[in-house]
Design a binder for this molecule. Sequence first.
Ligand code: ADP
Ligand code: TRP
Length: 330
Amino acid sequence: MKIALTGIKPTGIPHIGNYLGAIKPALKLAETCEARYFIADYHALNACKDPDQIRSMTLEIAAAWLACGLDPQKVLFYRQSLVPQTHELLTMLLAFTPKGLMNRAHAYKAMLQANSQANRDPDDGVNMGLFTYPVLMAADILLFDTDLVPVGNDQFQHVEMAVDIAQSFNHIYAKECFRLPQPIATEHSRTLPGLDGRKMSKSYGNTVPIFAPEKQLRKLLMRIITNSQGVEEPKDPETCTIFSLYRNFATDEQVETLRQRYLAGGMGWGHAKQELFEVMNTVLSPLRERYEELMANPKTITDALEEGSAKARELAQKKIAFLREIIGMD
Ligand code: ADP
Ligand code: TRP
């Protein structure tokens, strides 16, 4: 069975774009793979130095995955910071990582460019954690003999860098010390639009949180921006934000019925939004309930993470012992 691994950055409560584009596909993959999904808290430290925020975001994102259906008995679910072997591997890998490779990383290059546009020193605000981010990510991946890495397209370059570093290590010791991982796109085939019709994204402030309480969910959906067509006019489902969201939550039959109502005319936007609210609320209600239950009992969340992390440490320790022998530090 192939091993699938991915890191989840603790960056607040996820929205339905994350649910459909990352969480759901990763959980689907876990049905056919040996899955290892972890909270990448050390990756968050580069940008966030508020301990309370790190703590609460870690808890919230772990609760989100559990509420969406991650079964910690089937998926190895752990916290990166509870697997210190990651850092030993990071130190090993740094010796095999050309600085030039890091210079080419998109995230770092974007920072340099933003600084140059703002007439600041090119390295302003760039810490070494950010600069070496792809090596820590390579350590996360290579420590667990990963075959597949389900990620968004923006992370492909990082996985390719992990392959480069692993190949260099394997080549030097003339041995297949590391399995070569392959990134696989989790992105939804259609990008989910947000309330304003642009891609749903935290950075645009146009998101619908997965666990929004019923009232807030309804209020948010009523805010979807539509054109000014009147009730009687036939409408085009293909270019409509309401319809794009609807098709992700309704049954095929419901989608077809709504499509016909769009084409026939006689349905106002308020009505379409109400239909959308109903299907979304049906799908999201049980997730919201589980999420609230988990957040009311945070110990169930931390226990699951601690149990998973203990198992992860055992696996990681074996790999580190093997590597120490390879490099002559046994
Ligand atoms: P945001 O754009 O809100 O900052 P992230 O970049 O943290 O979201 O997204 C994490 C993952 O969630 C992405 O790699 C992608 O797989 C998925 N995702 C985010 N937004 C969408 C969207 N609008 N449609 C489909 N998938 C999305
Ligand atoms: N860098 C990833 C992101 O920003 C998170 C991550 C950390 C990750 N380590 C990983 C993803 C290992 C896959 C594998 O989303």
